[in-house]
Design a protein around this ligand. Structure first.
Ligand code: GLC
Length: 496
């Protein structure tokens, strides 16, 4: 069957900027649908309406047809509604449906875990079974049938199997295809075997040959197995997932079996949100033509973090989930030695309790050199990108990474480890050819990290070379256009 030129795409995700964000998935879930729509396709998004979503600000309204729908989770009957709003960009207006259920989503501010205890919600299985099932109820009620349901991460992992088991013979839905994109393979949505009953799927799937993995319900595994195609967010990372057993966190078989239908497409960035010329969240806007204003931003963020401003001491920024995969074990090992160097470091992020504690203690001990903000704050994220001289991402694995691209366009030189999307977007600066846009190290080792940071500090002293490097980064073009076209090619491949 020839696929239509203009595709209908239902994009299902657990976070979207500006409504809710804990990580890069939210940026992608906002920018990619807009770009696809700009390219002439029809995109709609489904997102849970957590307590944190501001109903008034985003003018989320009721849709009569989508009110008080019902489904079952195990034996429990659950009522939900889908409410509607728009994601408004410069050129595209993308319809977004909010899955509204007070018990599972509305009554809780945070997305996946209890803010107080840091523990994952006990009923995350039920919450995301509901998200997956609601998608089909939405389509049936609207009579708007997508060509593709584009799923993202474990939270949407059951959608492909629901499609296959429940709707492959359904006149309306039988031709719908599914793509699952992996943004984070380490969080898989793993639940005890007893959770299988809650899915409502036939008992013949309740084993390791079908849905389960190691005797457990693993929603990401389910998605990788039953989606029509799978993808991840950079080419290098796609290769690493198949090559390095540790990288795939136990899902290597799933990926290797599907090599033919497994694609790597690098993320882009949204130039409306991340652009120092237009960014309302930063202290002073700037361009390549008035780089001195970048230092006004440096002064601003240094003061915000409690430092006495000094233009000549390089400021390194980090914005990240605090976990091993992002390289925080290296940073912790290197920390003492780094604190002897002539630099300042600021970190914004949350994550592993052990790192939160380590950095909070370190901030007291080295208050003239180090500061952190444990939490997430989008304004501060923009201000760090604008004010820092360098941006550090020593990741062990990095599916794509967005901050290195944000850094480049803000004239903030990325220092990264060569892995995943970092390898695809940052090229090591070569002083003799003057090629490259950042500073890259290969070996995952704290000595390498220290050596590389020292190299960056030395280069920073060469004002001319540094400025050239800043300008190279600021001129880079990370638009979504090419990547969105690559997604369309994948959709079309699945449909043909
Ligand atoms: C996850 C990954 C990150 C990627 C983002 C968006 O947060 O860790 O590398 O850029 O998803 O795809």
């Amino acid at each position: 069957m020839a696929s239509p030129k203009k595709l209908k795409i239902l994009f299902v995700t657990s976070e979207v900027v500006p409504f809710v964000k804990t990580g890069g998935l939210a940026d992608v879930s906002s920018a990619l649908p807009q770009k696809l729509q700009e390219l002439g396709h029809e995109v709609r998004i489904v997102l849970p309406k957590y307590g944190a979503v501001d109903e008034r600000r985003f003018k989320i309204h009721e849709v009569v047809r989508l009110k008080d729908l019902t489904t079952t989770i195990g034996k429990k009957e659950v009522t939900f509604s889908l409410r509607s709003s728009f994601l408004v960009g410069s050129k595209a207006r993308v319809q977004i449906y909010f899955l509204d259920n007070h018990e599972y989503f509305g009554s809780r501010h945070s997305l996946y875990s209890d803010q107080q205890t840091g523990k994952e919600f006990k009923d995350n299985d039920e919450r995301f079974i509901l998200l997956s099932k609601s998608v089909f109820e939405l389509v049936k009620k609207l009579g708007w049938v997508p060509d593709i349901i584009h799923c993202n991460d474990w939270q949407t992992g059951l959608i492909p199997i629901y499609k296959k088991v429940l709707y492959d013979d359904d006149e309306l839905l039988k031709n719908v295809k599914t793509l699952l994109t992996i943004h984070n393979i380490n969080i898989q949505g793993v639940f005890p075997k007893t959770s299988f009953q809650k899915t409502g799927l036939p008992e013949e799937f309740n084993n390791d040959k079908e849905l389960l993995l190691n005797g457990k319900l693993n929603m990401l595994h389910a998605g990788l197995k039953y989606a029509d195609a799978i993808s991840t967010v950079s080419e290098t990372y796609a290769k690493e997932l198949c090559k390095i057993p540790e990288a795939s966190a136990g899902l290597r078989d799933d990926l290797c079996k599907r090599k033919k239908d497994f694609f790597g497409i690098v993320n882009g960035i949204d130039p409306l949100v991340w652009n120092p010329e237009k960014d309302k969240k930063i202290h002073k806007k700037f361009t390549v033509k008035n780089l001195e204003k970048k230092f006004v931003n440096k002064e601003f963020i240094e003061e915000k973090f409690g430092f006495d401003y000094d233009e000549n001491i390089p400021l390194i920024g980090m914005i990240s989930r605090l976990d091993d995969n992002k390289g925080f074990d290296l940073l912790k090992k290197a920390f003492k030695e780094l604190m002897q160097l002539d630099l300042r470091l600021v970190i914004l992020g949350t994550g592993d309790k052990k790192y939160q504690k380590f950095f909070e203690d370190a901030a007291m001990k080295y208050s003239d050199k180090f500061a952190c903000y444990i939490g997430f704050d989008d304004d501060i994220a923009h201000q760090i990108e604008a004010g820092a001289d360098m941006f550090l991402m020593p990741s062990k694995y990095e599916p794509c990474g967005l901050n290195q691209m944000y850094s480049l366009v803000y004239g903030t030189i990325p220092i990264v480890r060569e892995t995943g999307g970092l390898a695809d977007t940052v090229e090591n600066y070569n002083p003799s050819t003057k090629k490259g846009n950042g500073i890259v190290f290969k070996k995952y080792d704290e000595k390498e990290l220290i050596k590389t940071i020292k190299k960056a500090l030395a280069l920073y002293k060469d004002k001319k070379a540094w400025e050239r490097l800043m300008k190279t980064g600021m001129k880079s073009n990370f638009t979504w256009l090419k990547s969105a076209k690559n997604y369309v090619n994948v959709y079309k491949k699945i449909l043909s």
